[in-house]
Design a protein around this ligand. Structure first.
Ligand SMILES: [Zn+2]
Ligand SMILES: [Zn+2]
Length: 277
């Protein structure tokens, strides 16, 4: 089985360029922004973009493309206008993914000054998106670091979403840096296994379908989201060895978002080294 290891690569000059960049870096999967991540403008996909991406998939052998939704999106926003814009932007993202043959659209879980109200708004947003967007694309809910008033940094928060919406299109994107910052220790075998036992009890391991592999500049439980290069942060290389050699996750796309893209190839080599390729 081919391992799916890659990076968030640049789409400068066209979406397809992210795959050629990925190939150059040693990726077998890539994550991309399908439109500008810092703009609201809901873009649609042109037929030629679909063709170019398909051609690039064939040429590079990189079949697995994951999207990351815009950072501006807050599906739990207390401001009704921002929440409506967020719903429209993420719905457009899911439609673009369907057109491009992308299975996973990773999205941040948003924030709200009042946790309970925020969770209710988030669940209402997800319910609407599930009803109004293509079934071929999964909503990949990213585990958050818990910075500020961010929602969904504990497994219990996701369990609450699944209690309300037991839908197969809702899956989890686990970010190693965010998990650690949120207080989930992945550094020793005992701690690591306890985290996944808890995850399995509260959410179910089959719902974890995408990984973001980032080391953390900040310590365990800091609730601060600062990515570090693989093996150079508070997590250390041991955590990545545990994740990459865990057979339960061997089929999942694992994507780095480390701070300096000039060092992506180096980070990826470390990960490939762990899986023995
Ligand atoms: Zn993210
Ligand atoms: Zn992050």
């Amino acid at each position: 089985m081919q391992r799916l290891i890659g990076a968030h690569t640049s789409t400068a000059g066209g979406l397809h360029n992210a795959l050629y960049e990925g190939k150059r870096l040693g990726c077998t999967a890539v994550q991309i922004f399908t439109s500008s991540p810092r703009q609201w403008k809901p873009a649609s996909v042109a037929p030629e973009q679909v063709q170019q991406l398909q051609h690039a998939r064939a040429e590079t052998g990189i079949e697995c493309v994951v999207s990351h939704a815009a950072y501006l999106i807050n599906l739990a926003s207390p401001d009704p206008d921002t929440r409506q814009k967020s719903l429209a932007a993420y719905a457009a993202e899911l439609h673009r993914c369907a057109a491009l043959g992308i299975r996973y659209a990773v999205v941040h879980m948003g924030s709200h000054p009042d946790f309970e109200t925020g969770m209710d708004l988030l669940i209402a947003s997800l319910r609407q998106l599930l009803a109004e967007t293509p079934n071929s694309v999964c909503i990949a809910m990213e585990t958050m670091a818990g910075q500020g008033s961010a929602l969904c940094y504990r497994f219990e928060h996701f369990a609450r979403i699944y209690d309300a919406l037991p839908d197969e299109r809702l899956v989890i994107c686990a970010d190693s840096c965010h998990l650690f910052a949120a207080g989930y220790d992945l550094r020793t075998p005992d701690a690591y296994h306890a985290v996944w036992t808890e995850f399995d009890q509260l959410i179910g391991l089959s719902r974890l379908q995408v990984w973001h592999l980032n080391d953390s500049k900040k310590p365990l439980g800091s609730r601060v989201d600062r990515h570090e290069h693989i093996g150079e942060g508070e997590l250390g290389i041991g955590a990545f060895e545990l994740i990459l050699t865990d057979s339960r996750f061997a089929a999942l796309p694992m994507l780095i978002e480390t701070p300096d893209e000039q060092r992506f190839a180096e980070d990826l080599q470390k990960l490939w080294g762990i899986v023995g390729a």
